[in-house]
Ligand binder design. Sequence first.
Ligand code: 13P
Ligand code: SF4
Length: 320
Amino acid sequence: MASGEQSVGQVGLFDGELTEEQSVAEKIEELKLEHNAIILAHNYQPPIIQEIADYVGDSLGLARKAAQTDARVVVFCGVHFMTETVYILSPDKIVLLPDLSAGCPLADMADAESVLRLKEEHPDAVVVSYVNTTASVKAVSDYCCTSANAIKVVSAVDSRKVIFVPDRNLAAYVSSVVDKEIIPFPGFCPVHEEIRASQVQFVLEEHPHAEVIAHPECTPEVISMANHVRSTSGMVEAAISSSADEFVVATEEGMLYPLNKNVPGKRFFAPAGEHICADMKKITLTKVLNALRSLEPRIVVPEEIRVKALASVERMLALG
Ligand code: 13P
Ligand code: SF4
């Protein structure tokens, strides 16, 4: 998207000439009923996927939805670690990721061995792992957290010393709010790391009354410019409750779609440059249809790892 462009809020995607997409969407609907399936989609998914989903949300909302649903099949439109989390919570369900190669470079930066080494170096610390981690990392962690509840979880853990894995930017943000010693793992999201303060400033100069909403995976420099630091779904809440009419949104630019859709009448701008998570865009309507036809590709986590990972996810969910 060109610098500072507002996304077109494509509400009503099936109005007009999109008949091929419409017929694929209808087949998806039929197969959903046949298999008792639910489609969950992350806020960064392409608009057409958000339109056919039963629920669109952030990592915390999606994990909660997965824990509650009584569907037999979950088609997860997002990336690998999020789909693993669904399976960790619901091993009795068929959990599908329509493109197995949709990963998360941030999640891939930490492995269980590195976390265990950190634990050995800091035996008195509690390990809090961001949900953007593999199941194996969650299995060696005490608590899981998401961008929506990281502050709440770190504040609640019964230790003044916390090893925070794997996002150094989220760790720095938590550390700026919570009075505890945070030992950060040196990971980062390549998409958020590339959002520069100057790119936010460029749009602010065109829209001087705009407020800045930033995802906590952004660098401290960008966070310091933000009026609101929120998870992706938290951004929608912040935009609704703010008295401002214009916002610069420092995150993956797919987020402009749910913002425009859910907050009509306000204007949202991406920072200058292109900020796209290629993995999130791998899910297509045809891949969703194929997944529902074949009930593949499935995500499964070995039971020994799943049970340990579940403990850290459940400790997070128990905090509310
Ligand atoms: P949210 O949980 O805020 O949706 O973030 C997930 C993510 O991967 C952000 O890059
Ligand atoms: Fe991972 Fe970053 Fe993509 Fe989120 S935006 S899924 S953290 S690579």
